[in-house]
Write a protein that binds this ligand. Structure first.
Ligand code: ATP
Ligand code: MN
Length: 247
């Protein structure tokens, strides 16, 4: 009872906060409940503004209860492309036998992004450190600074495209060695901070058990090679692919 009342007060307070007014439709009660739990557990102390509002998810800046910066990614249960999400979950032994409805798919997806971040970090790939996951809400390290999230590779002048390419190539190889293919790798899902390249948006990353993992890897190689070619680097998608899969 008391917790219900606390939750309702918390939800109403959030709904009144200026930075959430824009979101109305995106936040159902179950999402507020997940945020409430993360607040109670100390992972979120206060919300800042949105960094990005997309079709599948919104990303916000926030502070944890010790004042440290975090990023909070909130997936929409009514994601427009949940059919496609489902296809990316198929064949993944970690998500065998999950229900096929929207809610189950989006919750698994959020969990998958968290696990993929963990696995990528363990494989030596620079990603935002995963901090907590609750239902459709993921808390991770904020790349950049409060009020000034790091830009993507697409938004910066790449000073040394050859070197940057070699870093991305190494990340792709390490991911592959850890049994993962990013599946949406491009200049839009690499952020640049403090002289480092950071891989983000790993929710769709699949394990090498996925029937289409090779196709996804080839597409990632084309996207990455095309970008660095446009920056003037002498690179090629097939050579990149060979490098990634070579043991
Ligand atoms: P989109 O459809 O725009 O690609 P998405 O739903 O795929 O969005 P992400 O790519 O994970 O979500 O995040 C969207 C944007 O939010 C990123 O382009 C990046 O600018 C920012 N972002 C995401 N995670 C972080 C983070 N941990 N730190 C800083 N910025 C982040
Ligand atoms: Mn993205």
């Amino acid at each position: 009872r008391r917790r219900d009342r606390e939750f309702e007060q918390f939800r109403d307070r959030l709904k009144d906060a200026d930075q959430f007014k824009v979101l109305d439709g995106a936040f159902d009660d179950a999402t507020f409940a997940a945020i409430y739990k993360l607040v109670q557990d100390g992972y979120i102390g206060a919300f800042g503004g949105p960094i990005s509002t997309g079709k599948e998810a919104n990303v916000y800046e926030a502070l944890d209860d010790e004042g440290g910066d975090v990023a909070v990614k909130i997936y929409r249960i009514n994601a427009s492309n949940f059919q496609q999400m489902r296809e990316y979950l198929e064949g993944d032994p970690r998500f065998e036998g999950i229900r096929g409805d929207k809610k189950a798919v989006v919750l698994s997806w959020t969990q998958k992004e968290y696990s993929n971040l963990r696995r990528a970090a363990e494989a030596g790939v620079r990603v935002p450190e995963p901090i907590a996951v609750q239902r459709n809400v993921l808390v991770m390290e904020l790349i950049g600074q409060e009020g000034d999230a790091a830009p993507t590779l697409a938004d910066v002048d790449v000073e040394n495209p050859e070197t940057a390419f070699e870093v991305v190539r190494e990340y792709m190889r390490r991911l592959y060695d850890a049994g993962l293919v990013h599946g949406d790798l491009s200049e839009y899902n690499l952020v640049v901070y403090d002289g480092e390249l950071v891989v983000i948006d790993v929710g769709q990353a699949v394990t090498i058990h996925h029937n289409n993992h090779d196709e996804f890897l080839q597409r990632d190689c084309r996207n990455v090679a095309n970008f660095f070619e446009r920056q003037g680097a002498d690179v090629d998608a097939e050579a990149l692919y060979d490098y990634v899969i070579e043991n």
